[in-house]
Structures are given as structure tokens and as C-alpha cells.
Design a protein around this ligand. Structure first.
Ligand SMILES: Cc1cc2nc3c(=O)[nH]c(=O)nc-3n(C[C@H](O)[C@H](O)[C@H](O)COP(=O)(O)OP(=O)(O)OC[C@H]3O[C@@H](n4cnc5c(N)ncnc54)[C@H](O)[C@@H]3O)c2cc1C
Ligand SMILES: NC(=O)c1ccc[n+]([C@@H]2O[C@H](COP(=O)([O-])OP(=O)(O)OC[C@H]3O[C@@H](n4cnc5c(N)ncnc54)[C@H](OP(=O)(O)O)[C@@H]3O)[C@@H](O)[C@H]2O)c1
Length: 380
């Protein structure tokens, strides 16, 4: 039989996906804007695995591009040599340059040319790196351009001080066995206010606001965040917020292949009434017996915070039974900075207090879980 033709799609030439579903996972009263997105992959023949993530290439907000062009007194049609080669100023700002976060080169240019920028000059000293980072939190390129109208930029000069626009990674929240030729995502849309302006995360708002009209370049990333090979192995999944994404995919996969292993999900979000992502799907999975147990932590429904690790500690004996007695695998996905550390501490507490181990033995136990690939994290 002749070999199948090689796919023309690579990281350098990503597949032009079509965004076909863009629906909110939140309802009235929500402070978050988390979306369920589906991209049609028809024509690719891609085989991703649950647990993998995808790289997506966004374009910048055209309104912000126009504002930058206007602020430097340009028209947008000027020819420039951008990070991806020669094109117009507007095109390179839309597609190739990082136009929100500043770069050291950009800041040095501002400091050198501004009629008065004593604070910035001081903050650019190597020993003040941390103060500079604090100062820059919530500051974008446009803020400096507006603040220093006396600086004259040629389009080429501006482009040369900006970094290249980077793609973003997203956990896949679907299984190909349940949704052939599709990939689903669970994405928190980044909006925040700083210095009196509304700011938008580049890729999340590209997907939420503009991607329906244009192709969405996507390419998969293979991950080690995989289900156990044996479908009979029980799994415990801890995925608050967007961390639920890969676990939705795991559950779809286990249902599709008829895996018999038990599945326990810890989910957490702000409010039960407006932030219960995939509520109906999870209820159906429970009814079908695929989702053995579901514990939810609603952090803002009572005076004291309730987080996934608190729910874990409330059922320490059952977790210990699954982990030590039944060889369960333990998965964590979502926020790296605080949640994943706190969940790790809760797991260690359960091993130590419920399992009756010393601190040293607990640490060895956790290392063994990791080396046996029974404790996996996908955190960002
Ligand atoms: C392996 C992996 C998997 C991921 N999976 C998912 C996923 O499934 N779902 C998901 O939603 N995300 C996921 N992410 C995160 C995702 O890649 C992006 O980082 C996220 O969507 C933000 O990108 P953006 O382009 O919208 O925002 P950006 O334009 O990158 O803006 C974000 C930046 O804005 C700044 N910022 C944000 N809030 C504030 C504030 N309040 N004040 C001041 N500054 C602020 C910070 O500098 C922050 O880094 C994942 C990341 C990794 C590495
Ligand atoms: N900048 C930050 O500090 C920060 C923090 C988390 C996530 N993020 C980023 O925001 C994006 C979306 O986040 P998301 O929607 O996945 O999560 P999220 O909505 O920010 O959080 C989901 C749930 O986790 C709770 N939570 C907060 N701190 C926790 C902790 N230490 N341990 C356990 N649970 C905790 C939240 O409670 P409360 O909100 O009520 O505290 C909320 O109920 C991601 O890109 C992520 O990287 C940023």
C-alpha cells in the first residue's frame, strides 16, 4: 500500500483551524469570562492525545495597532523591516510584533530620548530590576508613547525596539474519540484595568472577539500529561478554573473507550451559580458512572475561602485509600503560582497524617509517585 502523504502542516506552517463554537461557561453575576471554544480541524488528519496542548498564533487588536500608528504620527502604509521580514508598519504591528509588553530596548530608547524621564532612567539600573518589574506591571507600549509625545519615532525605529509576537499554549479539553476532527479549549479571557485603561490579553481576546472571521493557526504539543495506559487504574484529577480542561478530555476518552477505572474530579471556581463550568456534562458523566466522584470548591460563596485543597483534606482517608490502596494516579492542572503549590502541600499532609508517615518518608513517597509517573502536573 502506498504510504500516506506527509502532512504539509508543521510548527512553521500551522494548520488554519476554523473557530466554530465560542460560548461562555459563565452566567450573570460572574466576574470571570471563561469560554468554551471549538476549532474544526477537518482536512488535517491530526492525531492528538488527551493531555496534549496546542500552540495558537494570535494577531493583535487592530484598534490598539491603529492607536499606536496614530500616536507616533504614522499612516500605517510605511514599509518596514519587521521581525518576519519586509512589510507595512500596520501589518507587522498586527501580526509580527509584541505590541503590549515593553522590551528593555524600547525602555532604553524612551529613557534616552525623553525630555524628562528621571524615574525610568533610575529604574533601568541593573540593581533596580525588581522595582522596574513592579513599575511595569500593567504598563504597555502605548502608555509610554502617549506619555512622551516629544519623542519622534520613525516606523522602523519603533518596530526595531519591539519583541516578536509569541504564540500561546492551551490545554486541549476534548478527545478525538468523542469529537473527531475537532479540538476544544477552556479559556479564561484576560481583561483588566490599569492606569485608567481597559487592557486585553492578546490571544485570549483574539479568540473571544475576532477569531470567528479568520483562520486560527494551530499546531499540537505532545505532553507527558497522559492518562495511565491501563484503563482500570483509578485517577484523581485536581483542576480548578481552566485547569478542568485536560480532565474534560480524560473523561471523554475514558467514556469513549469504556475504561473501567474510577475517576475523581476536584473542581474549584468562584461561585456555584455562575462559574460552574460544564455543569450539565459533569452531571451526565456522573449519571453514566464515568465520573465516580465530583467535589467542588466555591471560593466566594461564603466568608472563608474554600479551595480544592480544602476539599481534599476533608476526604483525606478516601484519597489515601485510592492512592495507597488502589494505586491511583494523581493529576493537577491550572495555576502554577499558588494553587499547584497548595495542592502539593495538601497531598503531602494527607500522606503524612492519614498515611502515618514521617516527613522524610512522605517526601520519599512523593518522589516515588513522581518517578512511577503517578503524580503529574500541567501548570502555568
Ligand atoms: C502548558 C500551558 C497550558 C495552558 N492552558 C491554558 C488553558 O487551558 N486555558 C487558559 O485560559 N490558559 C491556558 N494557558 C495560559 C495561556 O497560554 C495564556 O498565557 C493566557 O491565555 C494569557 O494569554 P493572553 O495572550 O490572552 O494574555 P497576554 O497578552 O499574554 O497577557 C497576560 C499578561 O497580562 C498581564 N496581566 C494580566 N492580568 C493583569 C492584571 N490584573 N494587572 C496587570 N497586568 C496583568 C500579565 O503580565 C500577564 O502575563 C496555558 C499555558 C500553558 C503554558
Ligand atoms: N495573576 C494571578 O494571580 C493568577 C492566579 C490564578 C490564575 N491566573 C491566571 O489566570 C488565568 C485563568 O485562571 P483560572 O480561570 O484557571 O483560575 P481562577 O479562576 O483564577 O481560579 C480558579 C479557582 O481557584 C481559586 N484559587 C485561588 N487561589 C487558589 C489556591 N491557592 N489554591 C486553590 N485554589 C485557588 C480561585 O479562588 P479566588 O479567585 O476566589 O481566590 C477560583 O475559585 C490563567 O492564565 C492563570 O495562569 C493568574
Amino acid at each position: 500500500m502506498p504510504a500516506a502523504p506527509a502532512s504539509p502542516y508543521t510548527r512553521q506552517n500551522p494548520f488554519p483551524g476554523k473557530l466554530v463554537v465560542n460560548r461562555t461557561l459563565c452566567s450573570e453575576g460572574s466576574k470571570k469570562d471563561t469560554r468554551h471554544l471549538e476549532i474544526d480541524l477537518t482536512g488535517w488528519g491530526l492525531n492528538y492525545e488527551v493531555g496534549d496542548s496546542m500552540t495558537l498564533w494570535p494577531t493583535n487588536d487592530p484598534a490598539l495597532v491603529d492607536e499606536i500608528i496614530k500616536t507616533i504620527g504614522a499612516r500605517g502604509e510605511e514599509q518596514v523591516n519587521g521581525p518576519k521580514g519586509p512589510t507595512t508598519l500596520r501589518e507587522t504591528l498586527l501580526r509580527d510584533c509584541r505590541i503590549t509588553q515593553t522590551t528593555p530596548k524600547f525602555l532604553k530608547m524612551i529613557a534616552a530620548r525623553a525630555s524628562a524621564a528621571p524615574l525610568l532612567n533610575d529604574l533601568l539600573k541593573p540593581e533596580r530590576k525588581q522595582d522596574l518589574d513592579t513599575y511595569l506591571w500593567g504598563m504597555e507600549v502605548i502608555d509610554f508613547l502617549i506619555e512622551h509625545p516629544s519623542i519622534k519615532w520613525t516606523p522602523q525605529e519603533l518596530v526595531e525596539t519591539l519583541a516578536k509576537l509569541q504564540p500561546r499554549l492551551y490545554s486541549i479539553s476534548s478527545s478525538l474519540k468523542a469529537h473527531p476532527e475537532e479540538v476544544h479549549f477552556t479559556i479564561d479571557i484576560v481583561h483588566y484595568e490599569s492606569r485608567g485603561r481597559m487592557r486585553k490579553g492578546v490571544c485570549s481576546t483574539f479568540l473571544a472577539e475576532r477569531a470567528e472571521k479568520v483562520p486560527v493557526p494551530v499546531f499540537p504539543n505532545t505532553s507527558k500529561f497522559r492518562l495511565p495506559e491501563d484503563g482500570n487504574t483509578p485517577i484523581i484529577m485536581v483542576g480548578p478554573g481552566t485547569g478542568i480542561a485536560p480532565f474534560r478530555a480524560y473523561l471523554q476518552e475514558r467514556k469513549a473507550v469504556g475504561a473501567k477505572g474510577k475517576n475523581w474530579l476536584f473542581f474549584g471556581s468562584q461561585h456555584e451559580h455562575c462559574n460552574y463550568f460544564y455543569k450539565e456534562e459533569l452531571a451526565e458523566l456522573k449519571r453514566d458512572g464515568v465520573l465516580t466522584r465530583l467535589d467542588c470548591a466555591w471560593s466566594r460563596d461564603q466568608a472563608d475561602k474554600s479551595y480544592v485543597q480544602h476539599k481534599m483534606l476533608n476526604c483525606a482517608a478516601e484519597i489515601w485509600k485510592w492512592m495507597d490502596g488502589e494505586g491511583a494516579h494523581f493529576f493537577v492542572c491550572g495555576d502554577a503560582r499558588r494553587m499547584a503549590k497548595d495542592v502539593d502541600a495538601a497531598l503531602r499532609k494527607i500522606i503524612q497524617e492519614t498515611g502515618g508517615k514521617s516527613e522524610d518518608v512522605t517526601n520519599e513517597y512523593v518522589e516515588k509517585l513522581k518517578s512511577d509517573k503517578r503524580y503529574k502536573r500541567d501548570v502555568y
